[in-house]
Ligand binder design. Structure first.
Ligand code: AMP
Length: 629
């Protein structure tokens, strides 16, 4: 048997596993011998594992006990980490150290892996889910987390696609003939603990096709909790107590209490939150109506995005056959009422909103294993990109930097675009292209995925020689870039210097500690002591692991570069490629610095003039100067 045959037969015999890596809770499922999705219980006997990590001295603990510890040792616990994906580090220090979010996500995945092995004896081939609205660097971070956890990551898939698969399984869409169900357009409204997604899908026998998607990676049940927490804290202060939000342990206890009250309000009209802090005790009563009022704007944001997706797709509510609810926060009655009122459709809970995504991910894993083994899958799954892909270029009219869109949002995937770049001077050795993701025309407001550097161009290329660079979004939303000189068999060497995320070397360093469930004592050596936090949507700041002492100069963009950057990058190419991402200074911050300096200069000039004027009046009173008083 050859290596590839061997691998193929292993795939066929291996279990197909799906993991829903949620902001608040995570879950796993697998496909049994009959082809049905089955949830996997944790070793604690639960279907859901809280996505919370406790960094103890000699081990990392994930799940319920970690969540319980958050009220006692808040500085040792990390939670809602999924919302920090795309940032260089988790927003709070853990015992004085800053950890990359993908490392903490890897700890959660490692715990789920152990639970899967306890149930199935093997880890299986795994698909991990991500919000449809996750951008490319967040997707890469999730795949890296899986790798650090020691999982066999087959692929990543969008949560609404997974939910639709679980729904399709329940309705009989996914059998080989697919003859049991009619065609329908489905809207998946997914409001979890930390993220929100809305996705339109077309389902037909044997086919599940995403039409459009939108969302918000900073909106979820956590925001509803914080509103209720603020309300309770204010009431407590009014009753004469100190602000519990100022004390991390009291904050942790109050958070647990308000989340419980929120759940109660899904079942009853009234709930009570008891706060016992600094020897002051008070019970705060809250009604469902009050809760709905204080969070109305959050719900409105989801409604706005939902309408936007329908508008983008050119579809009206009367064309939607089903409205699927996914994510624990869709249990809030206000969500169901609002959606029903807006759409005239009764929301569908055919599949348990806590289980739909994990089940669907397992079904997708089975689908991929069958597909890769050349076996009948019975249906097809297709996706769209949630963010436009572009490159930085120069607007010929304004001569300002602009984003040139290559693959617009909601393009069916995989999507490929080839652009031709030309050499600006004879003998040029490399070309740099800044790759961007986002909808804004301003590069500063897009996610800077990184720089593509085409290196080692053949010597003696004449000025104007063409180079084709092909950008392609894979069906999982990950980016691949290839390059080719027309007429030459040999492709050029190409590297992507990413603006965020861990380098391969750092992933390898972390893998050992994560897979051994090592505790803080061992992990601290790899973490950093200062917070180098930066949003991906802004220009990059230094990475936590970046050892580069000073920012390299941004390659100049020639005024005649045309719509895309086609640029000698000798400095870039000559710098040793250390696997680290290099960073650039923010254009926005330099603009801000200019205005601050200008304002300071004007103010000091005015004050200087006034002082000089008064001095002259005082020293030489005989001079007849105009006096404003
Ligand atoms: P998920 O990320 O899908 O696991 O959803 C977790 C979120 O759902 C958390 O914010 C939970 O507080 C919330 N949630 C779970 N059950 C309920 C419920 N009965 N009522 C309101 N919110 C809930």
């Amino acid at each position: 048997m050859t290596d590839s045959e061997d691998r193929m037969s292993n795939m066929l015999t291996e279990d197909a596993v799906g993991i829903d890596l949620g902001t608040t809770n995570s879950a796993a499922a697998w496909i049994d011998e009959k082809g049905h999705s089955v949830m996997i219980r944790s070793t604690e006997g639960e279907l859901l594992t809280p996505s919370v990590v406790l960094f103890d001295d000699d081990e990392t603990i994930v799940g319920k006990s970690a969540r319980a510890a958050s009220t006692v040792h808040p500085d040792q616990v990390a939670q809602w980490v999924k919302r920090d994906m795309g940032f260089h580090v988790y927003h709070q220090p853990i015992r004085g150290r800053y950890f990359p979010p993908e490392v903490i996500q890897a700890c959660i995945l490692r715990k789920l892996k152990d639970d899967i092995v306890a149930e199935l004896d093997t880890v299986g081939q795994t698909v991990i889910t991500v919000p449809a609205y996750f951008d490319e660097p967040r997707r890469k971070g999730t795949a890296d987390a899986g790798e650090m956890a020691g999982l066999n990551v087959l692929d990543i898939v969008n949560e609404p696609t997974a939910a639709a698969l679980a729904f399709g399984e329940r309705l009989g869409f996914l059998n080989a003939s697919g003859s049991t169900a009619e065609e329908m357009t489905v809207l998946v409204y997914d409001l979890g603990g930390g993220t929100f997604d809305v996705t339109l899908l077309h389902m037909a026998p044997g086919r599940i096709q995403t039409i459009a998607t939108d969302g918000d990676v900073q909106l979820g049940g956590h925001d509803w909790d914080l509103r209720l927490l603020d309300f309770a804290a204010e009431q407590f202060i009014e009753s004469g107590g100190p602000d519990p939000r100022q004390d991390p342990a009291a904050f942790g206890r109050l958070y647990v209490a308000v989340e419980e009250a929120k759940h109660t309000l899904s079942a009853r009209n009234r709930a009570s939150i008891r706060i016992d802090h600094a020897r002051h005790c008070h019970a705060v009563d809250v009604t469902r109506e009050q809760f709905a009022d204080m969070t109305a704007d959050l719900l409105e944001r989801t409604v706005y995005t939902t309408r936007q997706v329908l508008t983008d797709a050119g579809i009206s509510w009367d064309k939607i056959s089903r409205l699927l609810l996914v994510g624990g926060s869709t249990r809030m009655p206000m969500v169901v009422e609002k959606l029903q009122q807006m759409s005239g459709i009764r929301p569908d809970r055919t599949v348990n909103p806590d289980e739909a995504v994990a089940r669907g991910a397992a079904l997708y894993a089975r689908f991929l294993l069958n597909q890769r083994a050349g076996r009948q899958t019975g249906y097809q799954v297709s996706n769209v990109n949630s963010h436009s892909l572009g490159v930085e270029g120069i607007d010929p009219e304004t001569m300002r930097k602009t984003k040139v869109t290559l693959i617009p949002r909601n393009t069916p995937l995989p999507a490929t675009f080839t652009d031709r770049f030309t050499i600006k001077r004879a003998g040029q050795q490399s070309i740099v292209v800044q790759v961007l993701e986002g909808e804004s025309s301003s590069p500063d407001d897009c996610t800077q995925i990184g720089r593509t550097v085409v290196r080692d161009l053949p010597p003696n290329l004449p000025m104007g020689a063409p180079i084709d660079v092909t950008f392609s979004y894979q069906s999982n939303g990950r980016l691949e870039i290839h390059t080719q000189i027309p007429g030459m068999a040999q492709p050029c060497r190409l590297t992507i210097q990413r603006s965020s995320g861990l380098s391969d070397g750092r992933i390898a360093d972390w893998r050992g500690s994560v897979s051994a469930a090592a505790g803080f004592d061992r992990m601290a050596a790899l973490a950093v002591t200062e917070e180098p936090r930066a949003a991906l949507s802004l220009a990059s700041l230094p990475l936590p692991e970046a050892l580069t002492p000073s920012p390299p100069p941004e390659p100049p963009v020639p005024p005649d570069a045309g719509p895309v950057v086609s640029q000698p990058a000798q400095a870039e190419a000559d710098r040793p490629n250390d696997g680290q991402t290099h960073f650039t200074t923010s254009r926005r911050s330099s603009t801000l610095r200019f205005w601050v300096l200008l304002t300071g200069w004007i103010l000091s000039s005015v004050v200087g003039l006034a002082v000089g004027y008064l001095l002259v009046l005082w020293l030489f009173p005989e001079i007849d100067l105009p006096r404003p008083w």
